[in-house]
Design a protein around this ligand. Structure first.
Ligand code: ATP
Ligand code: MG
Length: 423
């Protein structure tokens, strides 16, 4: 995963090539490995470059200098090399095979090994490729090139064994399949379906990180469908997909996917809210968010969206004061994205959504003017603290927004009328 915000693909690529040259000149074997090779063969810009080599961690550090390297992953044989500005960083990993996996997620030990063994310990054939950027040659020990051509996700070796070692791979299979529009190879798919309920041995943080990627990808609807079809959905979100409910809500499920797929570059909380709208109340959404260890601001956003999903419906035909508090909320643009997708999915008129967008494009001071009165003003005016205090304040605010009072003087006159009114 990359840390630098501003990555220049050309610089990253140049640097990744330079690293191979340096290792090669020092007498080591070195290749680009994994995701970057796959992405390149798919015609996609690699997110980052990983290097695999027969140099050992201390040899790598000696070659590139201690100051430019981080040894955080040294126990797994991984050294992080910091590139020049814009080039990002590169993980240089010593060829290894992984041993153990008694916890269903992490290898107990690693053992430095050959390039071929290193390819075989990787998860899917499309992720098991090496590339020599000097000779421009793909090195394929696992049949990954053919699977890229045939557009399929296939576990390296016996899928049941590979998912038993590391259950997270099941979610990765779904993410890659949906993300690239690749089919799951039948045996691999069968193994995911058979073992799906074991996904919960993986930490919720890691599960949520995969779900985040699935839900924010362009092909998120296909991803969610595959999650549900394989049974991973039921294991991760029993609130929504426990068996009995799924049959009953099949129509709702399809309708939700139609909305999900139409969201305009959604951030995670928005996609999540749309998914959870299938069954979850804002409270359930909060419980799910906590279980997945999401950040509070993301939990709050998803819950707010669920709570307000209908709050702007027909906004163009309603009193401004009933619309304005929702429309000026921070998450309103997300809510509008949701409404827009919903209107498109239903072929419904989106006049209210367009009207809301117009309002939001006006000056902030116009749509959200400073209140004419504050709590202090009410106290100064002799209004007793109590339950009516808030109501009065809100009543004045609504009257201000609806253009019924225009000044502090008029607002205070309104307060007088309100307190004087007999009960
Ligand atoms: P992305 O584009 O999402 O980064 P990636 O394939 O680069 O995809 P990473 O998680 O960055 O995925 O991992 C880099 C490589 O390490 C993978 O291509 C794969 O070869 C290997 N790998 C990653 N996670 C696993 C795993 N859980 N089991 C086996 N091999 C893995
Ligand atoms: Mg990667």
């Amino acid at each position: 995963m990359s840390h630098s915000a501003k990555l220049h693909p050309q610089k990253a690529r140049q640097f990744a090539k330079h690293v191979i040259l340096r290792l090669r000149k020092a007498g080591y074997l070195a290749y680009w490995a994994g995701g970057c090779v796959r992405d390149q063969l798919l015609g996609r810009e690699p997110k980052d470059y990983d290097v695999a080599t027969d140099a050992q961690p201390d040899q790598i550090r000696t070659l590139f200098g201690r100051r430019r390297t981080l040894a955080l992953g040294a126990s797994f044989g991984v050294i992080t090399l910091i590139g020049p500005p814009g080039a990002g960083q590169i993980e240089i990993a010593t060829f290894r095979d992984d041993v153990g996996y008694s916890d269903g997620r992490h290898p107990d030990r690693v053992h430095f090994s050959t390039a071929e063994a290193d390819a075989s310990r990787r998860d899917f054939t499309i992720n098991g490729l090496f590339f020599d950027p000097i000779g421009r040659e793909v090195i394929d020990y696992v049949g990954g090139r053919e699977d890229i051509q045939r557009r399929r996700i296939r576990a390296i070796g016996d899928p049941v064994k590979r998912f038993t070692e590391d259950k997270l791979r099941m979610l990765r299979a779904v993410r890659f399949s949906a993300g690239f529009d690749f089919q799951l190879d039948p045996e691999t798919r069968e193994a995911v379906c058979r073992m799906a309920d074991q996904i919960t041995v993986v930490s919720w943080e890691r599960i949520a990180a995969e779900i985040r990627q699935i839900l924010t990808a362009a092909r998120r609807a296909a991803g969610v469908r595959l999650l549900v079809d394989t049974g991973l959905g039921a294991a991760i979100l029993p609130e929504l997909f426990a068996d009995e409910r799924r049959g009953a809500a099949a129509g709702d499920f399809e309708a939700m996917l139609e909305v999900l797929v139409r969201l305009d570059s959604p951030e995670f909380p928005l996609s999540l809210a749309v998914l959870l709208s299938l069954a979850a109340t804002p409270q359930t959404a909060r419980a799910i968010g906590r279980r997945w260890r999401l950040a509070n601001h993301e939990i709050n956003r998803a819950a707010w969206l669920l709570e307000h999903r209908r709050s702007l419906d027909g906004a163009d035909r309603r009193r401004w004061s009933s619309v304005q508090p929702v429309l000026v909320a921070k998450a309103a643009p997300d809510l509008l994205k949701w409404m827009q997708a919903q209107r498109e999915a239903e072929g419904a008129d989106d006049a209210d959504v367009r009207w809301c967008r117009d309002q939001l494009s006006r000056d902030r001071a116009e749509i959200d003017p400073a209140p004419l009165l504050t709590g202090d003003d009410l106290i100064g005016h002799g209004v007793p603290k109590g339950p009516i205090f808030r109501e009065i304040l809100q009543g004045v605010r609504e009257a201000q927004l609806d253009g019924e009072v225009h000044s502090r003087r008029e607002a205070l006159a309104m307060v007088d009328r309100l307190i004087a009114r007999p009960r």
